[in-house]
Design a protein around this ligand. Structure first.
Ligand code: HEC
Length: 175
C-alpha cells in the first residue's frame, strides 16, 4: 500500500500535479491564524529528516529535507498526550520543510504545509481537516477536491492518531 502511495506521489510530482490539482473554497481561518507559529509548541525540538514513519515517499520535499512541526495552543494537549484524540476544532498543525541542512540553519525558504481541524461535519471526506499548501493559505483541500484527496490518502495511515503522523510521543520514541 505505501509503495503504491509512493509511486502515485512520485508520478504526481513528475507531472506537476500539485500545481494543477483542484483545490476547494476556504473553510478554515486565513493565514493570520498561523502568522505567529514560531511561538507555538514545537513538536520536533530537533528537525526531522529521512523517513521516520516509513510513509513519506517524495512529498514534503522528500527524505533529504529537514522538517519541523508546530501545533497551536488549541491542539497542544492532544499532541502532548495529556488529552485524548480527536483534536479539537481550531487545532492547527504546521510543518516547515527545508531543502537541506544549510537551508534549515539559515531558515531559508521553508515550504509550509498546514492542517486545520474544522467544525464537525464540514469535511468528513478528509477526516474533518482542511489541508493547506503555502504560507499565504492560498491553496486549500477539503471534501472531494484533488488536493484534499491527495493529502488525505496518505495521512489516512495515521487515522488512529487523527491523521497526525508525528506527535510529541512519536518524536520522543523515535528520536
Ligand atoms: C505520501 C504521504 C503524504 C502526503 C501525500 C502528504 N503528507 Fe503530510 N506528512 C506525511 C508524513 C510521513 C508526515 C510526518 C512528518 C515527516 O516525516 O515529515 C507528514 C506530516 C505532515 C504535517 C505535520 C503533522 C503530522 O501529521 O505529522 C502536516 C501539517 C502535513 N503533513 C500536511 C500535509 C498536507 C497539507 C498535504 C497535502 C498537500 C500532505 N501533508 C500530504 C506524509 C504525507
Amino acid at each position: 500500500m505505501s509503495i503504491n502511495i509512493k509511486i502515485l506521489s512520485a508520478v504526481g510530482l513528475l507531472f506537476g500535479i500539485s500545481a494543477c490539482m483542484s483545490t476547494s473554497p476556504q473553510l478554515g481561518p486565513d493565514a493570520s491564524a498561523w502568522s505567529d507559529y514560531l511561538s507555538w509548541y514545537k513538536v520536533t525540538p530537533e528537525a526531522v529528516t529521512g523517513d521516520p514513519t516509513g510513509t513519506l515517499g517524495s512529498v514534503h520535499d522528500g527524505f533529504n529535507a529537514y522538517r519541523q512541526i508546530y501545533v497551536n495552543s488549541t491542539g497542544e494537549a492532544v499532541n502532548r498526550g495529556t488529552q485524548g484524540y480527536p483534536y479539537p476544532e481550531g487545532t492547527i498543525l504546521l510543518k516547515e520543510s527545508f531543502n537541506n541542512a544549510a537551508a534549515l540553519e539559515s531558515r531559508r525558504n521553508p515550504d509550509l504545509t498546514i492542517m486545520i481541524k474544522l467544525a464537525a461535519g464540514q469535511s468528513p471526506e478528509t477526516g474533518g481537516w482542511e489541508y493547506v499548501m503555502g504560507a499565504d493559505g492560498g491553496r486549500r483541500g477539503t471534501g472531494s477536491s484533488d488536493l484534499g484527496a491527495f493529502c488525505r490518502d496518505c495521512h489516512l495511515f495515521a487515522a488512529a492518531t487523527d491523521y497526525n503522523f508525528i506527535n510529541s510521543r512519536f518524536f520522543q520514541n523515535n528520536r
